[in-house]
Write a new protein. Structure first.
Length: 133
């Protein structure tokens, strides 16, 4: 994947969700087909931490069932970095298990959201572009 297409309403919903969960990291799933996002699934961060996240397993299971039921796939996983820039941490790289999905990080350190997207495979990180549609 080289580019991610996100509808403006979903993009804005993701940003609001991340800001609303400060000072902790927020997390969720962006579903769709190929590079096109069509749905957002906001997850509870069971770590309740400003420097770490873990999607609530029960919520993630329900979201995965709904995504499959609707004929969609996981296009991207997102989480926020309340106190750092939007670059994958070592832990982010180690826990990137979805090779075919992008990883979005919403940096909130400056108070103004800075969103970056990456493909992460076996610890290798490649930045990809985001287009708001």
């Amino acid at each position: 994947m080289e580019k991610l297409f996100i509808p403006a309403d979903i993009y804005n919903e993701m940003l609001i969700y991340c800001k609303d969960h400060l000072p902790d990291e927020a997390c969720g799933i962006l579903a769709g087909i190929g590079e096109q996002v069509t749905a957002i699934h906001k997850m509870t961060n069971s770590d309740s931490s400003p420097t770490s996240y873990m999607m609530d397993p029960a919520e993630q299971f329900i979201a995965m069932k709904e995504i499959r039921k609707n004929g969609l796939q996981i296009v991207a996983l997102f989480h926020s970095h309340p106190v750092s820039e939007p670059k994958p941490s070592q832990k982010d790289k180690e826990l990137a298990f979805y090779d075919d999905s992008a990883y979005l990080i919403v940096g909130l350190e400056s108070g103004c959201p800075d969103v970056k997207a990456y493909m992460i495979k076996e610890g290798d990180v490649a930045k990809i572009s985001i287009e708001i549609v």
